[in-house]
Design a protein around this ligand. Structure first.
Ligand SMILES: NC(=O)C1=CN([C@@H]2O[C@H](COP(=O)(O)OP(=O)(O)OC[C@H]3O[C@@H](n4cnc5c(N)ncnc54)[C@H](O)[C@@H]3O)[C@@H](O)[C@H]2O)C=CC1
Ligand SMILES: O=C(O)C(=O)Cc1ccc(O)cc1
Length: 362
């Protein structure tokens, strides 16, 4: 089985790691730059790599297009001109689906099949350096076949994706873009606008930046996402985004009205309604916007305590992905935030630290 990956970055590299080393599988990476191909091989992410599109696609059973959304259609075009292996499946990982799926559906792929795909996991990081074997684990992986896609090809792709340990969901491409626009693309836009708004205030008073630690940093993490990747996503989902921005503006106008009218009940009602919906969100599973599994430990602020907790977790083989002191002043309990990548690690850490007498809360 030969698997070709075009664009071995965060997502392409993570997929490559899922397939590489499986018996009988050869993973070939493609980049337009020679130095990148050398890096892919040197890092052990792929078995071989090439700058030749023809060479990468030759005899491939499965092709992943993992380049920015704005480049996807030209890759589909280029592949449609090549003699591909009969029954080859071409899939992409783009964050928008309608445009590329419509484009591929119009083209003849000569014995190959295109099936749109979107692994709904990732991060604000990019490049092969950020790739991880576990990135897609437990995440939803949307496939968007059309009425022209044979069901057996969809089943085949689903089977091949098992090694990512993601959960495949079938959806309509247009509906995908509506939903993902709202739950992922809009939050990215809001995070960027919010950061830029505060950056503007900070120009005249750098106390904004100094006080904007912790929470502000967390809710705006996605504002650090790759500019080119996101330029392409937003332009590709332009119509959907324009409607969402207009709805968002209405929401903000409502807040303005409530403030102007000093309508405290109305403001509280907004929070009540949001809290109710939010409390019904599926808990502790990988969502579109990656969250870490976190807990807070009240610790006395004395030397060695952080090391002690980290060692205790280490001895129990609990993988800590991050550790942060939220507040630490003399005579006041410091609050330690512990982050884990897996819900199971969080559960085990909570049980262990509680049994050791620490005050742990979520
Ligand atoms: N970043 C994320 O969390 C997620 C991204 N996606 C989608 O995955 C795709 C790849 O994104 P990432 O892996 O995050 O980006 P990345 O920047 O880590 O990787 C992109 C890859 O495409 C290559 N590339 C960039 N410009 C190119 C060009 N003009 N021609 C050919 N190759 C080019 C880069 O060398 C790199 O290997 C995008 O379509 C994105 O919408 C999907 C799910 C999550
Ligand atoms: O960093 C995060 O939490 C993300 O939201 C990552 C992400 C980015 C793009 C996607 O299409 C899917 C997931």
């Amino acid at each position: 089985m030969r698997i070709a990956i075009f664009g071995v970055g965060l997502i392409g590299g993570s997929l490559a790691l899922c397939f590489k080393g499986k018996p009988g599988v050869h993973v070939v990476g493609h980049s337009i730059n020679r130095s990148s191909t050398e890096k892919y091989v040197a890092r052990g992410v792929v078995d071989s790599a090439t700058t030749s599109l023809e060479e990468a696609a030759l005899d491939a059973d499965l092709i992943f297009l993992c380049v920015p959304v704005g480049r996807l259609e030209e890759y589909v075009d280029a592949l449609s001109r090549l003699p591909l292996k009969r029954g080859c499946i071409i899939t992409d990982v783009g964050s928008t689906k309608a445009s590329v799926v419509r484009h591929a559906d119009k083209l003849g792929l000569q014995g190959a099949y295109f099936i749109g795909g979107h692994p709904m996991a990732g991060s604000e990081r990019s490049g092969v350096e950020a790739a991880s074997l576990h990135l897609l684990e437990n995440a939803y992986y949307v496939l968007t076949p059309t009425e022209n896609t044979p069901a057996e090809q969809v089943n085949k792709l689903e089977g091949l994706l098992k090694c990512t340990r993601a959960r495949v969901v079938i959806a309509d491409a247009v509906q995908h873009d509506d939903i993902v626009g709202a739950i992922s693309h809009l939050p990215h836009m809001i995070a960027v606008a919010l950061v830029n708004q505060i950056a503007g205030y900070n120009e005249s008073n750098d106390l904004y930046m100094r006080l904007a630690a912790g929470g502000f940093r967390d809710i705006t993490r996605i504002a650090s996402s790759d500019p080119v990747i996101w330029r392409d996503i937003l332009l590709s989902n332009r119509e959907v985004m324009l409607k969402l921005v207009s709805d968002w503006q209405e929401r903000m106008d409502r807040f303005s009205d409530l403030l102007r009218q000093e309508d405290g009940d109305g403001i509280a009602e907004e929070f009540r309604t949001a809290g109710l919906f939010r409390s019904q969100l599926p808990e502790r599973r990988k969502g579109m916007i990656t969250s870490l599994f976190e807990c807070y430990v009240d610790v006395p602020d004395h030397p060695g305590i952080i090391g002690k907790i980290a060692t205790e977790l280490g001895h129990a083989k609990i993988n800590l992905s991050n550790l942060q002191i939220i507040e630490s002043r003399e005579d006041v309990p410091g609050i330690l935030r512990l982050s884990f990548r897996q819900a199971e690690d969080l559960d085990r850490a909570t049980a262990l630290l509680t049994s050791s007498g620490y005050d742990v809360h979520m």
